[in-house]
Ligand binder design. Structure first.
Ligand SMILES: [Zn+2]
Length: 544
């Protein structure tokens, strides 16, 4: 999850169709604040007396805002950690949920308030960071034979994860290849798994789809779900299941189950340098950091020029909520609750909906009505996140999926999470073949691949720019049905455009043969648009 809630008990009034809004949203919190809860199912209004600071039993709360517009990311967590009480009452924020402008109020409650809600028939969902931590600690202390599974029960610790992946590679050399994308501060390798038919060969034009998880070390469901995914794909391929055979014969699947293995081992959100890896990327609004974390650098290098690059589609798996979130996470005024849409918004929504529809928990999450999807900034703003960077700089459509309310649930529930996401994960990769265009870009004179080229849609010059691969200069551009002008551009070549009609189903091959420019032009596309899709782009050094 994107938020770092540091208080001990946070109750989320999910209300199953209800919204809670402060009576007065513009005034600061009063001694006695009342909230009006409207249950849409019954249209019953419930007044909840939420005492903020009048009760001597409750600590004084200093972080206050009731205006959604003021919800800066860092202001969203309540500073309950500075109180010596386990319970505090506060409205953290009125986050805008997706859909028809529904609001949600997150509050820390004491037991009396909880009882009050119960007697009024208001349903609420319990979040507890402590619960996740306790689960983590308990599993960490397991002794051999205490429980099924390994040293962390049914979770894989780092050594077990690497061992599992190596075993899979040994068993399925025709399907799986392992890579190390780099090393963390804690000297752990960031492992990537390539799954495709004949991974040792280059397959011209075969699209690449990636999945990354455990960017936040304490969000562990995605990591285990991806390990299940490895097992499932190989098993079904070996059993010659037609659908999976077709997918792996025509697609490269890439998985990074743990971007932040140090954080996982420590049970922390941040990496070993205590940095949030989903705030660490160059950002369209806050610029390029002077230096970045080793994990981020490894992911950027990989996405731009590593094995498998370029990628067409990407999923970043997080935990702490149930929603599919699409770019942009940032907006120009740094205010949450305001949608920040990209020029490829229709494509993003299409992909997000496809995932949410296959996971009923996400689809039916009342906080994100009606479909379980949201624009990132509309939910709340963050800068330096992975999905905006992937889209703008790596030419890859990336979505963020929040898989679970609990970040570190009981290990016995992991297979359940896997079942809930199995179909959606598979379907995500298949979609790369559903729509869009692909082809090769070559030099008109020599016929050689123009590996510095990229492709974009004229009507979306600030949208997705699809790079080509470094071997055959093949590109792939995910695009829904419509009429477009496709532009192929490369430094030193004349820009070429083609009209294309993308049909409702299937991809179209559009090749380009670029003509060399007679003389170098200082006013080329690159300087005009301040965008580079070159793989040679510089990545900030690692912070030491
Ligand atoms: Zn997260």
């Amino acid at each position: 999850m994107k938020l770092k809630f540091i208080f001990l008990f946070l109750f989320w009034i999910s209300l199953a169709g209800a919204t809670t809004t402060p009576r007065s949203r513009t005034s600061p919190l009063h001694k006695q604040q009342y909230f009006t809860t409207t249950t849409t199912r019954t249209t019953r209004k419930v007044h909840l007396p939420i005492s903020i600071s009048s009760s001597p039993a409750l600590p004084k709360i200093t972080t206050t805002t009731t205006q959604p517009e003021d919800n800066k990311d860092e202001a969203e967590g309540i500073d309950c950690a500075n109180t010596d009480k386990p319970y505090a009452s506060i409205v953290t924020s009125s986050l805008r949920a997706g859909g028809a402008g529904g609001k949600e109020t997150q509050i820390c409650l004491n037991r009396a308030m909880m009882e009050d809600l119960r007697t009024r028939g208001v349903r609420f969902h319990l979040f507890s960071e402590n619960q996740d931590r306790e689960t983590f600690e308990r599993l960490r202390q397991l002794q051999p034979g205490d429980a099924p599974g390994g040293v962390m029960g049914l979770y894989h610790d780092y050594d077990e994860m690497v061992g599992f992946l190596r075993a899979m590679q040994r068993t399925h050399p025709n399907l799986i290849r392992l890579y190390s994308l780099g090393e963390t501060l804690g000297r752990r390798e960031i492992m990537a798994i390539q799954i495709t038919c004949e991974p040792q060969r280059i397959h011209p034009g075969r699209p690449h789809v990636k999945y990354v998880a455990n960017i936040h070390g304490d969000e562990a469901v995605g990591r285990e779900v991806l390990l299940h995914f490895v097992q499932d794909l190989t098993t079904r391929y070996t059993q010659r299941e037609r659908r999976v055979v077709h997918l792996l014969n025509s697609t490269e699947i890439w998985l990074v189950p743990s971007v932040n293995p140090d954080g996982f081992e420590a049970g922390t959100r941040n990496n070993a340098a205590d940095r949030d890896l989903n705030r660490d990327y160059p950002d369209q609004y806050t610029g390029t950091p002077r230096c970045i974390q080793a994990e981020t650098r490894a992911m950027m290098e990989w996405s731009l020029r590593g094995p498998g690059a370029p990628f067409s589609l990407s999923l970043a798996l997080h935990g702490g909520d149930l929603v599919v979130n699409y770019p942009f996470d940032g907006n120009a005024d740094f205010r949450s609750g305001r949608a920040s849409l990209s020029q490829d918004d229709a494509e993003f929504k299409h992909l997000a909906l496809a995932y949410a529809q296959l996971n009923s928990e996400i689809r039916d999450n009342p906080r994100f009505r009606p479909d379980g999807i949201t624009n990132g900034a509309e939910w709340y703003v963050l800068n330096g996140g992975s999905q905006d960077w992937n889209y703008l700089e790596a030419g890859c459509l990336e979505l963020t999926v929040e898989l679970s309310h609990r970040k570190f649930p009981e290990d016995t529930s992991l297979s359940d999470y896997w079942s809930k996401n199995r179909e959606a994960l598979l379907r995500f990769a298949e979609q790369v073949h559903d729509h869009g265009i692909w082809g090769y870009i070559s030099d008109s004179q020599t016929g050689r691949p123009v590996t510095a080229a990229h492709v974009y849609i004229s009507e979306r010059s600030r949208g997705l720019h699809s790079p080509v691969d470094k071997y055959y200069a093949a590109y792939r551009h995910y695009l829904l049905e419509g009429d477009y002008t496709v532009i192929a551009s490369a430094e030193g070549y004349l820009t070429e455009s083609k009209r294309v009609k993308v049909s409702r189903q299937g991809t179209h091959r559009i090749d380009f043969r670029l003509v060399k420019q007679p003389a170098p032009s200082p006013q080329g596309y690159f300087s005009a648009n301040k965008r580079t899709v070159s793989r040679d782009k510089l990545i900030p050094p690692v912070c030491i």
